[in-house]
Design a protein around this ligand. Structure first.
Ligand code: SF4
Length: 416
């Protein structure tokens, strides 16, 4: 420990060192990253117009899938951190990204998770290194690590920082940030905490159209504050007073939400403000910025293109069950054809049986809802050519997608 007592006897902690642009070891870890997450098979499918046919199996891969730029960078920085500090304790605040294979590899590399029950963030000090994840951390958490003098490796994605910039602007201008997101998602919690940097800064998280409708009803008719507070609870920032704080609102998103839903919620809020205050005063009461990240949007658009071909028998979406962007890709596909959200190749038990996370058709599952894995039988058509669409969430490495393709091909051979 490098702490030292000051003249008045208090323990003084050296200021935290923060790495925001990597640790100058990119080339040194590139080989390890490629060996852990790259797939030659997936490269070949990309090179053949994202299609592949083996026996009676015809695969169509979405043109944008898998690791996004933010995840790529976060995982890269985590590997660089391990290389740079081989003898220091390294911690992640929780999952670096929502992918079990990646998190498991980091555990094997000796990186500890502060979200584990036996890990005490209060005991960290200047000798410890903390990696902040791609979706960021709350202001409170950041302040705590800085106070403790930890070395910080900040992997917060630029697209998340862009959302923070917008909600900070709202708070500065006296607008409440309405965040379309999941109240317990790390990114949304971090975004909501940003407004607290301003006195009077407020936020409210809405999950879906139904919750947005309640907000709109309140804006139009000003119902009972207590009733509103009972419904939204911890989705409101501390001290939230609906009558006062729903007069001027600005929309923001968790970056991985379904774009179409965010746009619809924006329209609902704008119309409610229009009804309440009229066109002339609308700008004084409603603002919006599109804060869905381009990587999320590109993956959603690529699924729409696949679906528009109308030649798929079924769709497989690969990614962690707690990955918001993966679940939204599955929702998009599930509205059009049989869709299975699987975590990895092991979920493809046989050509008769498959384990999957049921798709949230319609509205997304409520935050905190335990979703148990389901089993599907006879999921793979047994006769003739079967055409499968394939995509993967922004936290799924190519290596996992490649293993799924190999498994699907093995079933084709079995069923030929
Ligand atoms: S999904 Fe978007 S916001 Fe999230 S890490 Fe990837 S690029 Fe960044």
């Amino acid at each position: 420990m490098t702490t030292a007592p000051t003249a008045d006897g208090a323990i003084q902690t050296p200021p935290a060192t923060v790495f925001r642009k990597g640790l100058a070891l990119k080339h040194e870890v590139a080989g390890q990253l490629a060996s852990d997450y790259h797939s030659g098979l997936i490269d070949r499918i990309r090179d053949t117009d994202y299609q592949r046919q083996v026996g009676r199996l015809r695969l169509r891969l979405a043109r944008e899938f898998g690791f996004c730029y933010g995840v790529d960078r976060a995982v890269d920085y985590a590997y660089q951190t391990r290389r740079r500090f081989p003898n220091r304790s390294i911690y992640l605040t929780g999952e670096i990204i929502h992918n079990p294979q990646v998190n498991d590899r980091l555990r094997v590399a000796g990186i500890q998770f502060l979200s584990d029950p036996d890990c005490d963030s209060g005991a960290l000090g200047p000798d410890d290194v903390v990696i902040l994840p791609a979706f960021g951390v709350t202001i409170n958490m950041l302040t705590q690590f800085q106070r403790q003098g930890c070395t910080l490796v900040d992997t917060t994605c630029g697209s998340v920082l862009n959302v923070w910039k917008n909600v900070l602007q709202y708070a500065r201008d006296g607008f409440t940030a309405i965040i379309h997101g999941k109240v317990r998602h790390e990114e949304t919690r971090a975004t909501a905490s940003q407004v607290l940097q301003y006195p009077g800064g407020r936020s409210l998280v809405v999950l879906d159209r139904a919750e947005a409708q309640s907000v709109c009803d309140f804006i139009r008719h000003g119902r009972d504050d207590d009733q509103f507070s009972a419904r939204f609870g911890s989705a409101m920032s501390p001290g939230f007073a609906p009558h006062r704080d729903l007069q001027r609102v600005g929309l923001a998103n968790q970056t991985t939400m379904l774009m179409s839903e965010s746009l619809a919620i924006g329209d609902m809020l704008r119309l409610a403000m229009l009804d309440r205050y009229g066109q002339d005063d609308l700008d004084e009461h409603y603002r919006a910025f599109d804060t869905i990240c381009s990587a999320t949007q590109d993956r959603q658009d690529a699924v729409a293109v696949l679906l528009d071909r109308q030649d798929l028998d079924l769709m497989i979406v690969i990614g962690g069950y707690n990955s918001s962007n993966t679940r939204n890709l599955a929702r998009l596909a599930g509205q059009r054809l049989p869709t299975y959200h699987i975590a990895d190749a092991a979920c493809l038990v046989s050509n008769h049986e498959l384990r999957h996370r049921p798709v949230d058709l319609g509205q997304p599952a409520l935050p905190g809802t335990e979703i148990s894995e389901a089993r599907a039988t006879d999921w793979l058509p047994t006769d003739g050519v079967v055409t499968i669409g394939l995509t993967a969430g922004a936290s799924t490495p190519d290596s996992v997608v490649g293993q799924v393709v190999e498994r699907l091909e093995s079933f084709t051979v079995e069923t030929d």
